[in-house]
Design a protein around this ligand. Structure first.
Ligand SMILES: *[C@@H]1O[C@H](CO)[C@@H](O)[C@H](O)[C@H]1NC(C)=O
Ligand SMILES: *[C@@H]1O[C@H](CO)[C@@H](O)[C@H](O)[C@H]1NC(C)=O
Ligand SMILES: *[C@@H]1O[C@H](CO)[C@@H](O)[C@H](O)[C@H]1NC(C)=O
Ligand SMILES: *[C@@H]1O[C@H](CO)[C@@H](O)[C@H](O)[C@H]1NC(C)=O
Ligand SMILES: *[C@@H]1O[C@H](CO)[C@@H](O)[C@H](O)[C@H]1NC(C)=O
Ligand SMILES: *[C@@H]1O[C@H](CO)[C@@H](O)[C@H](O)[C@H]1NC(C)=O
Length: 573
């Protein structure tokens, strides 16, 4: 109750006199925004009548440089006291303190020259700035766009309304438009116009048009901005935003928007080569299964021969063998009436028939599924497979440096060092985009999805993704240090991401890639071939040929042995 009275009093007072004391302003801020900390910069020798309702912190711009970010609460108010002699130093101190938090409320205590301070505030991206003229207690703020416009504040509500940035009033937003599919790329449409596309570009463009900015391109006509020049331009503040995924680089060259998620880097490797068709015959069963079948075949033949021998006194092993063959492989034309021949025969018939039924059906089912999907040599599934097969990983120089750092820190296997081939970024783009199977490639998952969307209509893909994660990086939009509308952009970005528009834009960019001719759907060539061709029967022919040879040899052996025994009989006779 008491508090409320004070506030009413303050508001009434301020309305009446239009004159503020620093303490009133600070008090009002603390109350309205529920702040936890007031940081006084260079205010040691200024009479401010400092209140105690929240914690106070006094810093000196001559002492150690420090940042609030990550050290103190970001529910803070900065109070900077300027003197003409040291104003640049104090300004630098504010900049230093507010690194990454330019949207915090700031109170400048000054004695003159409002315009200068507001110009500087805009330059450093401070939007919520009040300047208190210490001499006569008048309070000012500014609107940044289209040009700095100073407003006197009589009521704090007016301040909040004025500094809520919603309209860039045609302010130029400078972005890069390099070709970084699918985040940003360009093409000429069928009317010959230059069109920019890509999901991150679209997102930035939408921001600019929503908030009435003007789009301006830096490095407008280069395909890939060279690293050094791009970073230098970012550092000098020539670029406001970069619609691309970029490594943090310790935030030296740029700062960032909100981090949306961590994107993974994968390696894409060529799909395995197809297996020769002739081998399809033996593929449905493994070696052990084939051996089991043969052993049970021999066993069944011997057992049946033995049973018949016991029953009838004479029995032929060849006959039993043929019977088992007939039963196991469901061959027709059986002249045996099993049910007339005793329990043994019935039991062996049932056992062999059921077993054979399952076996042959299993085999044909497997074989026909293989004929549908095709069979391939063993796939590369892990990084170790990659090293063993000595595939070349094509990378450009920056990625090679990242890889080098990662192997040095033992984040990934050091064998990568021996399989990489370093070329220019254009070369990597060209080979990867055309799905050249001579190499393996690494890329962020969005780009891999973009490039592999080319094989959407293929029955057998050309490339596959290894499941192992190669690297991970945070996704954000690189922003110039001290960009004034960071807060606006962050809110926008968060809404785009949370509403799923981000994913929609991403999928649109794939289609746009197709429409622009940047990538193209692949057509199946290999799958139109006939399934039952000569190649397929090759193995069967060999088996048949071998069978014939063996039976011919057996025939001659039998003939020879018959002749031998006849001559023997004749001799003995
Ligand atoms: C801040 O710096 C000024 C100028 O060097 C010095 O006079 C003052 O004592 C310093 N205050 C603190 C708290 O260090
Ligand atoms: C302070 O900075 C302004 C603008 O950056 C510059 O024009 C001025 O000369 C500087 N003053 C001092 C005393 O360094
Ligand atoms: C306070 O001083 C500034 C400049 O010194 C002047 O522009 C302003 O009108 C004064 N305000 C009041 C209420 O006297
Ligand atoms: C957009 O900015 C222009 C200045 O470039 C301004 O004239 C116009 O009124 C603004 N539009 C809206 C809707 O605020
Ligand atoms: C790799 O490590 C070196 C030394 O630690 C560092 O200077 C460089 O910036 C790192 N490179 C990348 C791309 O992270
Ligand atoms: C794939 O790369 C190899 C090696 O650089 C090259 O000889 C071949 O022409 C490329 N193939 C295609 C289709 O570009």
């Amino acid at each position: 109750m008491f508090c409320w009275l004070i506030f009413l009093n303050i508001i009434l007072l301020s309305d009446r006199s239009e004159s503020w004391s620093a303490r009133e302003v600070i008090h009002q801020f603390n109350h309205d925004q529920q702040l936890q900390l007031n940081i006084y910069l260079d205010c040691n020798d200024v009479e401010l009548q400092i209140g105690q309702e929240v914690s106070n912190l006094f810093v000196n711009s001559t002492a150690d440089k420090m940042k609030i970010l990550g050290r103190f609460s970001s529910h803070s108010l900065i109070i900077a006291c300027f003197k003409d002699s040291t104003r640049n130093r104090t300004l630098n101190g504010v900049k230093e303190l507010l690194w990454g938090l330019q949207y915090l409320p700031i109170l400048f205590v000054v004695d003159s020259n409002m315009d200068f301070y507001f110009q500087q505030a805009l330059r450093h991206g401070f939007i919520h700035v009040l300047a208190l003229n210490f001499m006569n207690g008048s309070l000012y703020t500014y609107k940044p766009y289209p040009k700095v416009e100073v407003h006197q504040i009589k009521d704090m509500q007016k301040f909040y309304k004025l500094t809520k940035l919603r309209n860039l009033q045609g302010q130029a937003v400078r972005t890069t438009v390099e070709t970084m599919t699918p985040r940003c790329f360009r093409y000429r449409n069928r009317h010959g116009q230059l069109v920019y596309a890509g999901y991150m570009y679209r997102m930035v463009k939408e921001f600019i048009s929503t908030y009435n900015g003007t789009e301006e391109h830096v490095f407008g006509n280069v395909d890939t901005v060279p690293y050094k020049e791009g970073l230098a331009a970012l550092k000098n503040g020539e670029i406001d935003m970069m619609p691309r995924i970029i490594h943090a680089l310790e935030w030296y060259y740029f700062y960032r928007s909100h981090i949306l998620y961590n994107i993974k880097t994968y390696i894409m490797v060529p799909w395995a080569e197809p297996l020769p068709k002739s081998l399809y015959f033996i593929q449905p069963f493994r070696g052990t299964v084939w051996i089991t079948i043969m052993v049970s075949f021999v066993y069944a033949s011997i057992v049946i021969w033995w049973i018949r021998y016991r029953q009838q006194g004479n029995s032929s092993l060849t006959q039993s063998f043929m019977d088992v063959l007939q039963l196991l492989f469901q061959l027709p034309l059986s002249k045996i009436w099993h049910f007339n021949m005793g329990t043994h025969q019935v039991v062996s018939f049932i056992v062999l028939f059921v077993f054979g039924f399952m076996l042959t059906n299993l085999y044909t089912a497997q074989l026909s599924s293989y004929l549908t999907t095709g069979l391939f040599k063993s796939q590369i599934n892990t990084f170790d497979d990659l090293f063993r097969e000595k595939r070349t990983l094509l990378v450009e120089s920056f990625d090679a440096e990242v890889l080098h750092n990662m192997t040095k820190e033992k984040i990934i296997q050091k064998e990568f060092e021996s399989i990489i081939l370093i070329t220019s970024i254009e070369e990597v783009f060209k080979h990867r985009k055309s799905l050249n199977t001579s190499y393996a490639y690494e890329a962020y998952e969005d780009r891999i999805a973009f490039e592999l969307s080319q094989q959407r209509y293929l029955r057998v893909p050309i490339f596959k993704i290894l499941k192992e994660v190669y690297d991970q990086r945070p996704v954000f939009v690189a922003l110039r240090h001290g960009l004034p509308y960071v807060e606006l952009f962050n809110n926008y970005l968060r809404r785009i991401f949370e509403s799923g528009i981000w994913i929609k834009l991403q999928e649109d960019s794939f289609l746009e890639g197709i429409a622009s001719g940047e990538i193209s759907f692949r057509k199946s060539k290999s799958r139109e071939i006939k399934i039952f061709d000569k190649d397929f029967y090759f193995f069967a022919y060999i088996l048949l040929g071998m069978g014939w040879c063996v039976s011919t040899i057996a025939l001659f052996l039998e003939l020879w042995s018959f002749k031998y025994s006849v001559t023997n009989v004749l001799h003995e006779g």
